[in-house]
Design a protein around this ligand. Structure first.
Ligand SMILES: Nc1nc2c(c(=O)[nH]1)N[C@H]1C(S)=C(S)[C@@H](COP(=O)(O)OP(=O)(O)OC[C@H]3O[C@@H](n4cnc5c(=O)[nH]c(N)nc54)[C@H](O)[C@@H]3O)O[C@H]1N2
Ligand SMILES: Nc1nc2c(c(=O)[nH]1)N[C@H]1C(S)=C(S)[C@@H](COP(=O)(O)OP(=O)(O)OC[C@H]3O[C@@H](n4cnc5c(=O)[nH]c(N)nc54)[C@H](O)[C@@H]3O)O[C@H]1N2
Ligand code: SF4
Ligand SMILES: [Mo]
Length: 715
């Protein structure tokens, strides 16, 4: 091999090798990460990736999912052209059409629907992709429909609602200055490694960690000073019991409470009535450990608290439990104090960067004044009052029942019906629509149901603005050309807006124009960001100043202007709802038929929802869908690693491999979701929802586990 070939083989960039390093990002997981990627490109193809060194988010590192990006974007089944369905819904029979034809058909169908069943009968939906949402929602409103909704109906938002109810703003832990971190559910090494790194740094600075998690997670092993292995879904009781012990011991902050808190007396009366031995029995946490936690929380200041987005709020009592947990920050005077939880305004796309772009306002500022109620707002009035989006957990019902009004068309970017409980129900609803467009990179089972499928690009093929904590911002440009004839979601929204005759200058101007508008007052410049190898710092003047108690001194955005432990908003929603963060049991407790607790979706390192199941490299780390169960439970059932087991309950059954692991507590079964061949959502009831937030009880199930013996009969 000559020297040049050797350099090419070693993927060394340079004019001689023709290999260029382009800066892009990973959008595999949450927008709270979106790590920087160096893409090594030769002849228009990415031949290698690595994390961008010096990047404020990941500094050179990629997680297991991120390392799969090349395999993901070059999946052989990437869509290359718009398609029109010619066979039955779900048959997968499509014919290729041009963009023009696709847009014409969509425009004609949507305008006709608006005429016939009203603008609100058209739902604009976003799956996991979040980067184009501010445009999609604005387009929905400009079209005249109130109905924009997203996967956020099941993700994170209930956490946000809990803070909004209490304080009027979402809040984040201030780990830099905290002495105690209360991690309510944490397996961040698998789900958000940057948070895991943050916890490691916190420990190095001498911080103490209390972990409340039923499993033995890496956080438990590496970081927890105290680990409360709570029974799933009983957290609300545990938190209120701890609050009662704190108040009994006089560790609460009276001065702070008198000045800033509404409803303390009623709240105190409730938490003081929570019995310690009973709490120990229900939660499975020994009374001594509960007392130890109360002492640590009551006497260590400052303290920060965080609920993992996949822990409490995927319980049917998750909203109230989250309020009970966050109340601990309030009664100890930590909220809005240094090292406690800080009220946060999002920078851009749900990321807290320290400056504000108003993208959420941009998405809704053009909503028609008399536009009627969003999908799910009547069934979930607290969601309706707090969140300016449809609650899509009521979408399937509304499509099928047509009440309170019909929803007949769906324009979806990345629909995955398997993310909803009772996925067959959502599938049936979609099949029942008059018209359905899906925009995706792949012909998914959900796309197969669409009338028109539009191919979109990956993060490597598009321009995208991103912000990062610490005041950083980046504007990535495409590292490679779009795959086939695919287009970016933002371009599709822009072009469709034009075809629909919408007159909004920003939508018609496209993504960059929207971003330029949003960052104008921040003082960021797109060209400057493009020309920088690393994210740039926003001007100091744009950075929000953190003033201890500044927000609560100025008055919270709640009905009383105070921190509401007793929620006047909930009180105004009728007797069905409890204004105090009172505990109630999860929807489906284990019983004699289904003796085990079923937890669907707890994160595994090599999968992200539906997206990596078809990527062989990622899949090879857990080749078949598997259930984590406790080794003692496995032994009692005669089950060994790799055995086929059937997981069954009143909703359905699936077959997976057994994966006995001490991580799982006794009586608990954990399976990951969105596998076509073992769809966990079949084990979830469509109405097993948190009645406050509308969130599904992904972790509130029960089941029985049976070993499949030869011949297929179950033991
Ligand atoms: N690898 C991977 N990473 C991901 C994702 C993915 O699919 N795969 N998805 C991304 C998305 S969309 C999200 S929302 C986040 C979620 O991120 P996380 O919230 O970190 O996700 P989980 O691992 O599901 O849950 C965290 C912990 O909560 C615990 N837990 C479960 N039930 C309970 C309970 O009742 N009480 C308590 N106290 N703890 C409980 C679990 O044991 C687990 O250790 O992850 C993001 N990152
Ligand atoms: N049983 C169970 N179900 C769950 C959960 C659970 O823990 N358990 N978690 C819930 C949570 S927290 C979440 S966030 C949701 C996940 O929500 P989903 O929307 O199911 O997430 P994904 O499967 O990652 O992505 C959906 C689709 O979007 C496509 N896609 C990816 N990027 C883009 C893009 O840029 N543009 C477009 N147009 N499409 C794109 C993908 O190819 C995929 O087909 O699932 C929820 N469902
Ligand atoms: S944490 Fe992993 S999946 Fe998420 S953006 Fe970073 S590299 Fe990608
Ligand atoms: Mo999520």
């Amino acid at each position: 091999m000559n020297e040049l070939d050797a350099r090419i083989k070693a993927k060394i960039p340079g004019p001689d090798t023709g290999i260029e390093v382009k800066k892009t990002m990973c959008d595999m997981c949450t927008p709270l990460c979106h790590c920087g990627i160096d893409a090594y490109v030769k002849d228009g193809r990415v031949i290698k990736i690595e994390g961008t060194k010096g990047h404020p988010m990941n500094n050179g590192v990629l997680c297991t999912k991120g390392a799969n990006n090349r395999a993901y974007i070059y999946r052989a089944d990437r869509l290359t052209t718009p398609l029109r369905r010619v066979g039955k819904r779900g048959s997968g029979e499509f014919e290729p059409i041009g963009w023009d034809e696709a847009y014409s058909e969509i425009t004609q169908k949507l305008l006709a629907a608006r005429e016939k069943t009203g603008a609100n009968s058209v739902m604009f939906y976003s799956g996991y992709g979040k980067w184009y949402r501010f445009m999609l929602q604005r387009m929905a409103h400009e079209f005249g429909s109130v109905n924009y909704g997203a996967e956020s109906s099941t993700c994170f938002t209930a956490n946000r609602m809990a803070w909004l109810t209490m304080t009027g703003k979402f809040a984040r832990p201030d780990m830099q200055s905290a002495k105690l971190f209360l991690a309510w559910g944490s397996a961040t090494h698998y789900s958000r490694f940057n948070v895991a790194n943050g916890i490691d740094d916190f420990k190095r600075r001498g911080g103490k960690v209390i972990l409340v998690d039923p499993r033995i997670t890496p956080t438990a092993q590496r970081s927890a000073d105290l680990h409360l292995r709570v029974k799933p879904g009983t957290d609300g009781l545990l938190a209120s019991c701890i609050a009662g012990l704190i108040i009994k011991s006089g560790w609460h902050d009276r001065e702070y409470i008198d000045k800033y808190v509404h409803g303390f007396e009623k709240y105190a009366q409730y938490v003081l009535s929570v019995d310690l031995p009973e709490t120990a029995r229900v939660t499975g946490v020994p009374a001594g450990l509960i007392e130890q936690a109360a002492r640590m929380i009551g006497t260590t200041r400052p303290m920060s608290v965080e609920n993992s987005p996949g822990s409490l709020i995927h319980q049917t009592n998750g909203y109230q439990s989250s309020r009970a947990v966050f109340a601990l920050s309030v009664i100890t005077g930590n909220y809005n104090n240094i090292g406690g939880n800080q009220p946060l305004d999002f920078g851009f796309c749900e990321q807290g960067a320290g400056f504000i772009t108003d993208d959420e306002e941009f998405a809704v500022e053009n909503a028609p004044a008399d536009f009627g109620e969003r999908v799910g707002a009547r069934r979930f009035p607290i969601w309706g009052a707090l969140i300016k989006q449809a609650q899509c957990c009521d979408l399937a019902r509304q499509i099928l029942e047509g009440t309170p009004y019909p929803v007949r068309c769906l324009v979806a970017h990345g629909m995955n019906y398997r993310m909803f409980p009772d996925s067959d129900y959502m599938r049936r609803a979609i099949e029942n629509l008059d018209f359905y467009v899906d925009v995706d990179l792949f012909m998914t089972d959900s796309a197969k149901l669409a009338d028109i499928v539009l191919p979109c690009v990956s993060s490597f093929e598009r321009e995208e603005f991103k912000v990062y904590p610490g005041g950083f911002a980046a504007y990535y440009t495409p590292a490679i050309e779009p795959h086939g004839d695919s287009r970016s979601d933002a371009r599709i929204i822009q072009e469709l807006s034009s075809r629909l005759g919408l007159e909004d200058e920003y939508l018609l101007g496209g993504y960059r124009k929207c971003i330029e508008h949003l960052i104008e007052k921040v003082g960021l410049d797109v060209d400057e960001m493009i020309n920088s190898d690393l994210p740039v710092k926003a001007p100091q003047e744009a950075m929000m100043k953190l003033v201890p108690r500044g927000y609560i001194d100025s008055g919270c955005a709640t009905k009383t202007g105070k921190i509401e432990l007793y929620s006047e908003l909930i009180a105004s929603c009728g007797d069905k709802y409890e204004p105090l963060p009172k505990y109630y049991t999860p929807a489906e407790l284990p019983n004699e038929h289904y003796p085990m607790t079923l937890m669907t979706g707890v994160r595994i390192p090599n999968a992200i929802h539906s997206r990596l199941h078809n990527v062989p490299w990622a899949r090879s780390l857990r080749p078949e869908p598997a259930a984590d169960i406790n080794p003692e439970d496995a032994a009692a059932l005669g089950i060994e690693r790799g055995d086929d087991i059937r997981i069954r309950n009143e909703h359905g059954e699936i077959t997976v491999k057994a994966n006995p692991t001490a991580m799982a507590g006794r009586g608990q079964v954990y399976i990951f979701h969105a596998y076509p061949e073992a769809d966990a959502a079949k084990l979830l009831g469509r109405n097993v929802l948190d009645e406050y937030s509308g969130f599904p009880g992904y972790l509130s199930g029960r089941c029985t586990v049976e070993k499949i013996v030869e011949g297929g009969a179950a033991k």
